[in-house]
Design a protein around this ligand. Sequence first.
Ligand SMILES: *Cc1c(COP(=O)(O)O)cnc(C)c1O
Length: 338
Amino acid sequence: MKELDLRSDTVTWPTPAMRRAMAAAEVGDDVNGEDPTVNRLEELSAHLTGKAAALFVPSGTFANQCAVLTHCSSGDEVVLAERCHIVQHEAGAAALISRVQLRATSPDSPHLRPEDVAARMRPDGDIHYPKTGLVCVEQATGDGTVVGLKTSAAVKKAAGAAPVHMDGARLFNAAAALGVDASVAARHADSVMFCLSKGLCAPVGSVLCGPADFIEAARRNRKRMGGGMRQAGVLAAAGLVALREERPRLGADHLRAKRLAELLRAVKGVELVREPDINLVFCRLPGLKGTSRRLVAALQAEGIRIYGDEGGVFRFVTHRWVADKDLERFALALKRSL
Ligand SMILES: *Cc1c(COP(=O)(O)O)cnc(C)c1O
């Protein structure tokens, strides 16, 4: 039986159209700006996010760290939500690479709250204080929450003169859920990054977008960070297919997540954390007998892969390679193993 992988949308393998585009990609030395496929990907990315320019980078973490390095001077303070990726899942890179101080806030909220930003902006002129160099937001957040446009606007306002960077790893998911273009979802951020390698199915890569002078400086920083890639058009070709063919499909992943939530709600011993906004379904399993590791192994024996819980919460992810019939198969298997 086909393996069903619900661990993440990063497990998505490239589509047949991507493999064809990669094989046929027109390439050049991108460090010299000579790769036409990378240039096309950067142009399309800038256009879709409503920014002046864009930069193709190896990963989402790279894009965020390159943004922090480009926006800030060492010793600056970055205001962001405690639960965000930069604080939790980037291995302390901001301290290592940019030597900034992370001011984590809004611990009880999935997203950065405007009032928490307003309360933490540093006044100019007192030499005791660090300078507020940057405010970082996520859209959607790592727990799958889509942030309302009013909240995004309020955070931008609270940031005042400090730039706002948006970690939009799942920006196109957020835009689809909000029913707006990505440029609207990213409007209240000065820079934004998105991942091609999650629900969009490209094998590698993220794109950092922003004003032309910011991207010019980020290009030098990408080189410093070791992210200058040569015939990267082979990868960018998959990214172009991702944006053209997979982006319009993300809404279908969201519908499957809603359907999965519905099926799981009917299983005794499953407690949904909340209704999914995008392709991420979170639940607790009060009916679980034994450890989460035992459940992972029992499902794996049936060809279904999930991650163990994080603090008692399990995450199941729908994506391109999860079909409608897989949802029922999973709900049944989960029911049997509880
Ligand atoms: C996945 C993710 C990233 C980083 O992406 P990688 O390509 O895995 O480095 C950053 N932010 C958020 C919110 C993510 O979900």
